[in-house]
Design a protein. Structure first.
Length: 146
């Protein structure tokens, strides 16, 4: 049974592996800006320690991670072998419960699965706020008014 709870320092290594594997599976044409070790350090030192850091667990296995900041879904990744089980939906529902107003996020243009997921959950794209951080990498802006 899947439980969603705040992350703890002991989750860091598992969260990093979920993040890295999910990112690579969803975005095979997008290169991470940092090394895997740098990502692991960022998750250990910054993400896990954030008050908006959540994990989905099945027993002792971390199967998803969520990072929230006020009004934003900063990061949402689900283990590739557990996608389609409603874990991402539970994370978005949690984000909606905790939000004081609109909820915003970015997705990569090439991540069609994520774009469809957020559309099904009522997010609307605002093309005027799309962003191109590096050539050929377009981040699409999404917002849901609660």
């Amino acid at each position: 049974m899947i439980a969603v709870r705040r992350s703890i320092p002991e989750d860091a290594a598992s969260v990093a592996e979920v993040y890295l594997a999910s990112f690579r599976a969803a975005l095979p044409t997008v290169r991470l800006a940092h090394s895997d070790d740098d990502v692991r350090g960022w998750i250990r030192d910054r993400v896990i320690r954030s008050p908006g850091s959540w994990v989905a667990v099945d027993g002792d296995e971390v199967v998803g991670m969520l990072l929230l900041t006020p009004g934003w879904i900063e990061q949402l990744y689900v283990a590739t072998h557990r996608q389609g089980e409603g874990i991402g939906r539970r994370f978005v529902e949690l984000a909606q419960e905790l939000a004081d107003g609109p909820l915003e996020l970015w997705t990569f243009q090439v991540n069609a699965r994520a774009r469809r997921f957020y559309e099904r959950l009522g997010f609307e794209r605002d093309a005027a706020r799309d962003w191109i951080p590096v050539p050929e990498v377009v981040l699409r802006f999404w917002q849901r008014t609660l």
